[in-house]
Write a protein that binds this ligand. Structure first.
Ligand code: GDP
Length: 534
């Protein structure tokens, strides 16, 4: 998505002020706490703690949600909008568990930047690394927040080195911590030549900000104990010598990440980070699409579905499609064309996800995320436009790595199972394959936990008890190529053939050897491990 030639026209102010981003982190690094503080400073909630409280209220709605909570994973998607200074922030939540990596990948197709949160004592952890790799695939700009500086943390140079080495990205300090652990008292803001001091007594109070004139300013001697001050001067001098300077273009290119040090729970460093996202972060970017790219400043509205969430409230069978607007100024009631079916859709009840609650979206601009309640017409990867047949690209579907067959343990309910499975397939929660021979279904997922989640959702949301069992297959590949060649291939390999929820042909096998043989024996067909959602 990131493709910003330097001669691009200036964006309309409403679009230019939007910053759409996600937070990537390892569980426990402080993503939830940081989100709360974002919302607090964004004026969206009155008191920190509400995100969690709200999250818990939502989760107690069903045992499935309880299970999600127990496992510390977040399956429910959300996007939150709030204002900070002149900026409109759209924060898109990424599911936290590695089992949901495909979902996460798609979420990251809807943002222009990511904030990477790391724990100052733990550095780069496994999940951070994985999510970072996904961002790298798209050259997403990354801003880093090193959290929990109020606790014992690692040496500042160590942390920066670890990021540079493990993630192969340049790091430039946006701020520098003064004292570590119990001595931590704040940061020197290296971009604005200011001191930010932490108030340990009041966690919701924004710390003091003191203008200074460089690190030789005599004011510093009054504010900082001598030993900490001399260490600060020494380290900042070294940092300026050894580390790359801040460079906005390098940030936007995804080759340099600025790092802020802070403590989310003490509201410290959060405002500076938000300032950084606003001032240096990317505006809504050009979206890759076929047959042409979409620019945010185009006056006609377009957008794409990156996530579908079904049964957000089990009592109402509603589904919400999350749309990232790629261009234009959307107004409630607009008629848009659903490009896949070529049918018009009146968007009468779009929602904006303000932190306080869902709200009717009267208007939205390129860069915003809106939710469209629907009955299943909208699927992941779908494009909506004002009529032009344009299709957003780059939202892939991955071949599942685990396959199991599924059947209902209540024979009376067997026929409803197909409907439930198809819905989950459309939501992107699993791949569902209908074998060409025989009855039943094969379900494919990326992480084993997803079978459990699915089984409990099918039971809770559809009242169908199901059992997953080992299947004879372990790999799935989409089959494409010349129609005749595919037909010939299908006829000869019927026992390996199935169809996904779009009706596309899939080859199932348990042996890599089989795949190699097909590649060798059928040069006119192609087997792929990903398919573009459309
Ligand atoms: P998440 O799993 O990444 O969403 O992390 P949370 O925001 O839930 O935080 C994990 C734990 O770390 C919680 O117990 C938080 O209270 C705690 N925490 C978050 N930020 C800080 C911080 O700045 N300092 C300290 N000491 N603890 C923090």
């Amino acid at each position: 998505m990131l493709d910003t030639p330097s001669n691009r026209p200036k964006l309309p102010a409403e679009i230019a002020r939007r910053r759409t981003f996600a937070i990537i982190s390892h569980p426990d690094a402080g993503k939830t706490t940081l989100t709360e503080k974002f919302l607090l400073y964004g004026g969206a909630i009155q008191m920190a703690g509400q995100v969690r409280a709200k999250g818990e209220a939502r989760r107690t709605r069903s045992d499935f949600m309880q299970m999600e909570k127990d496992r510390g994973i977040s399956v429910s998607a959300s996007a939150m909008s709030f204002d900070f200074k002149n900026f409109r922030f759209n924060l898109v939540d990424t599911p936290g568990h590695s089992d949901f990596s495909e979902d996460t990948y798609r979420t990251l197709t809807a943002v222009d930047a990511a904030v990477m949160v790391i724990d100052g004592a733990k550095g780069v952890e496994s999940q951070t690394q994985k999510l970072f790799e996904v961002c790298r695939l798209r050259d997403l700009p990354i801003l880093t927040f090193c959290n929990k500086m109020d606790r014992e943390s690692r040496d500042t140079f160590d942390i920066i080195d670890e990021i540079q080495e493990n993630l192969a990205i340049d790091v430039t300090p946006a701020s520098w911590p003064i004292g570590l652990g119990r001595d931590f008292m704040g940061c020197y803001d290296m971009l604005n030549d200011r001191l930010e001091l932490m108030d340990r007594a009041d966690r919701n109070k924004i710390g003091e900000s003191i203008e200074i004139k460089g690190l030789t300013d005599p004011k510093l001697d009054e504010l900082i104990p001598a030993d900490l001050l001399s260490k600060l001067r020494e380290e900042v001098e070294m940092a300026r010598e050894l580390l790359p300077p801040f460079d906005q273009q390098a940030l936007l290119d995804g080759t340099l990440t600025p790092i802020w040090f802070g403590s989310a729970i003490n509201s410290f460093g959060v405002k500076e980070l938000m300032d950084g996202i606003g001032t240096y972060g990317p505006e809504p970017q050009i979206q890759s699409a076929e047959p042409r790219k979409i620019s945010p400043e185009e006056t006609k509205v377009s957008g794409f579905v990156f996530k579908v969430q079904a049964n957000m409230d089990p009592k109402h069978r509603d589904r919400v499609a999350f749309i990232r607007l790629a261009s234009g100024h959307f107004l409630r009631g607009m008629k848009l064309t659903h490009v896949r079916s070529k049918k018009p859709m009146s968007i009468t009840n779009p929602v904006l996800f303000l932190a306080s609650d869902r709200e009717l979206a009267e208007e939205a601009w390129a860069g915003d995320i809106i939710g469209i309640p629907n009955h299943g017409q909208l699927r992941i990867g779908d494009t909506l436009t004002e009529g032009e047949a344009i299709r957003v690209t780059g939202i892939p579907s991955f071949a599942p790595e685990l396959l199991q067959s599924v059947r209902s343990t209540d024979p009376m309910k067997g026929k409803h199972l197909e409907k439930a499975l198809m819905q989950f397939a459309e939501e992107g929660a699993a791949k569902v394959f209908k074998p060409a021979i025989g009855s039943g279904f094969i379900v494919g997922v990326v992480g084993a936990l997803q079978f459990e989640v699915l089984a409990s959702r099918i039971e809770l949301e559809y009242g169908i008890p199901v059992r997953f069992e080992a299947s004879q297959f372990t790999s799935a590949r989409w089959v494409s190529g010349d129609r005749q060649a595919v037909d010939k291939f299908v006829n000869v390999n019927k026992q390996h053939i199935s169809y996904d929820h779009d009706g596309d042909t899939v080859y199932l096998t348990r042996l890599q050897w089989d795949i190699d043989r097909v590649v060798r024996d059928y040069p006119e067909i192609t087997l792929t491990a990903t398919k573009e959602m459309m």
